[in-house]
Design a binder for this molecule. Structure first.
Ligand code: BES
Ligand code: ZN
Length: 634
């Protein structure tokens, strides 16, 4: 053989082995046998049989609040036991039929069994699988109370004329609208055919979203990259598209499109800024969907199509760090994914760190520092009342709802840990490390142990100034380590100086130099005021700055919280309006919690909730039901 031929020969052998050991995209592979981490939040048995593709055929039935159709799962056997059944996760699904196929064309009926329902995990579905079966088709319907779907009446939308439906699968709600292996270490491609009423548009976290608003009630989608099931998403409503840039755009209801496009105008710049630091954006387009106000989260990083709350539309682009955050997940979370929910900090800590880097690149270091200070302070306040077991990055969630891991710890403590590493080795080295980390684990799901192993080999070995005990303190211990970074903001120091002069009556409210304050400075001002400031002081501020009327959701939220604490009656009707129109859990939950602290407040809370509950998402309802001790009636 010539030298060149020999080289090609060895290269192709190497490639073959590479392809085999890359498996179907799971992180830990050895000798072609995949190993899966123990996931306490899934009944699936991927070590025996794993799902690799999901093909959905859906009818979206608004009258019955139901998705009805089939899910055809491609399955791969991973163990020598060729008789193992397929075990799937479900929640409140009506299973009509299960069939299997060898060629994907002819299907024959097989037997299945639903196990006992667990209140957090749902119900395992065991499907008998002939040894050579490659496909399993399940005919099913969702429940009208599916935890991962919200069905909105026309009155709950901006247009008030047409109904709306959207999904929210993270953490373990995909199983309430698809029977599948609902663990983030299972990676699947997916395709879907979706039939809806003719006048509504369907969009999904996939390719196939229509940019001209052509309706017709029959839509096709395809996700060609392997993703964890919690990233499968759909929305159906009266939607319109507007382009924001070369590969960015926004979907929302027609009456919201102009405001949304204005607010999100910097999206393309953010994608470019992120690529510059962390490498190519690997998903094609990046679009956002601005949802009706009952969306229970700020944002959800559904691939190719971030879902966002309309409460970020402040009118001045001041709340777009949420876009930076969800966009960052296209690297941290969607590309490199937490293998189980105890590794959630790998998703959210990295993402919060990246979010701040994007904000710095697009809006400057002062804005970044302001947001970092606010982040650290809210974490410190939250840690104060938190059980120690929940203060740990590598949190133990066994036997609990993974939603309980949704605290400031994975987000802000995680981000501080990464900032600490950056400060220790220097930005240049750290950026290179993170970029290579994304490349190395692209389209894989990894555990905290895998991350630590990679960190040891690729950063700590070359930089012994980071100590191993330090790393394990950050990851495995409660609280904030002493060496945690302290973000600093000069602008905030000025706000504090003004505040203290006003509190000491050296100046009146109109003497506070707040004319040019940004949202972040206002938030710093409000959250630094003494909790028991009193209704009179609040009135003085309100007369000068019209805070009760603020249309900025973050400012309004802080103000209303203060209002409850200080019996500030002038904000009462605004509070009721806020709670009956907005369903974002981050705002709704603390307000009800504060109300429930006094008996008069609890009464008010019950009255408001009686009006608001029907409009809330199942996730928000579950939280408020607990606070107000209502029978959970899912
Ligand atoms: N992925 C999360 C939302 C999430 C986490 C939903 C866990 C369900 C379970 C998303 O990226 C997020 O963190 N959203 C934040 C906003 C962000 C700017 C901190 C939110 O919704 O508040
Ligand atoms: Zn996030």
């Amino acid at each position: 053989m010539t030298k060149l031929k020999t080289l090609i020969f060895f290269l192709s052998i190497a490639l073959m082995f590479g392809a085999i050991s890359a498996g179907v995209g799971n992180a830990q592979t050895s000798n072609n046998i995949q190993t899966f981490a123990e996931d306490f939040h899934s009944y699936a048995n991927p070590q025996a049989v794993s799902v690799t593709n999901v093909d959905l055929d859906w009818n979206v039935l608004f009258d019955q609040k139901m998705i009805k159709g089939t899910a055809t799962l491609s399955v791969a056997r991973n163990s020598i036991d060729k008789t193992a059944p397929l075990v799937l996760d479900t929640r409140d699904l009506k299973i009509e039929k299960a069939e299997t196929s060898v060629d994907g064309k002819t299907f024959k009926k097989t037997t299945f069994k639903l196990g006992a329902a667990d209140k957090f995990l749902g119900t395992p579905l065991t499907v008998q699988l002939p040894p050579d079966a490659k496909f399993v088709r399940i005919a099913y319907a969702t429940s009208p109370t599916a935890s991962g779907l919200q069905w909105l009446a026309p009155e709950q939308t901006a247009g008030k004329k047409m109904p709306f439906m959207f999904s929210q699968a993270q953490a373990i709600h995909a199983r309430s609208f698809i029977p599948l292996q609902d663990s983030p270490q299972i990676r699947v491609t997916y395709s879907a055919r979706v039939r809806t009423p003719k006048n509504l548009l369907a969009v999904m976290s996939a390719e196939g979203n229509s940019q001209n608003s052509a309706r017709g009630g029959d839509y096709k989608f395809k996700m060609t990259r392997p993703i964890p099931p919690y990233l499968i998403a759909i929305a159906v409503g009266d939607l319109q598209f507007q382009s924001l840039g070369r590969r960015t755009g926004v979907y929302t209801e027609p009456s919201m499109i102009e405001k949304s496009a204005f607010e999100l105008a910097d999206t393309e710049k953010m994608v470019e800024a992120t690529e510059k630091i962390y490498g190519a954006y690997r998903w094609g387009r990046y679009d956002l969907l601005v949802l009706p106000p009952s969306f229970p989260f700020g944002g959800m990083e559904n691939p190719l199509l971030t879902f966002a709350t309309p409460t970020i539309l402040a009118g001045d682009k001041s709340l777009v760090s949420l876009v930076a955050h969800e966009l960052a997940h296209s690297w941290s979370g969607n590309l490199v994914t937490n293998a189980t929910w105890r590794d959630f900090w790998l998703n959210e800590g990295f993402t919060t760190y990246l979010e701040r880097r994007i904000i710095e690149a697009v809006y400057g270091v002062n804005r970044r520092e302001m947001e970092a200070v606010l982040g650290r302070r809210s974490l410190e306040q939250e840690l104060f009342g938190m059980e120690t077991r929940d203060q740990i990055l590598h949190v133990d969630l066994k036997g609990r709802d993974p939603d309980e891991g949704f605290t400031g710890v994975p987000y802000e403590k995680g981000a501080l840990f990464l900032r600490h590493l950056e400060e220790t080795v220097g930005r240049e080295k750290f950026d290179k490390f993170v970029r290579e980390y994304f490349d190395n684990f692209a389209f894989q799901s990894i555990t905290t142990e895998t991350f630590v192993d990679y960190l040891n080999k690729n950063l700590i070995a070359q930089n012994p100034q980071i100590s191993l005990t330090d790393v394990s303190e950050w990851i495995e211990k409660a609280g904030l380590p002493k060496n945690a970074p302290q973000p600093q903001s000069d602008a905030f120091a000025k706000v504090e100086a003004q505040t203290s002069r006003w509190l000491k009556n050296e100046i009146t409210a109109s003497g506070i130099a707040a004319k040019d304050w940004t949202t972040q400075e206002w938030l710093h001002f409000l959250t630094k005021l003494p909790a028991n400031i009193g209704a009179e002081r609040m009135l003085e501020l309100d007369k000068t700055f019209s805070l009760t009327k603020s249309g900025n959701s973050e400012i309004a939220f802080q103000w209303l919280l203060m209002g409850i604490k200080n019996d500030y009656a002038a904000a009462d009707s605004r509070l009721e309006e806020f709670l009956t129109t907005i369903g974002r859990r981050k705002f709704v939950k603390p307000l009800y919690e504060e109300l429930a602290k006094t008996s008069a407040g609890k009464k008010r809370a019950d009255t408001i909730y009686a009006k608001a509950r029907a409009g809330y998402h199942p996730i928000t309802r579950a939280s408020v039901d607990t606070i107000l001790k209502r029978e959970a009636s899912r």
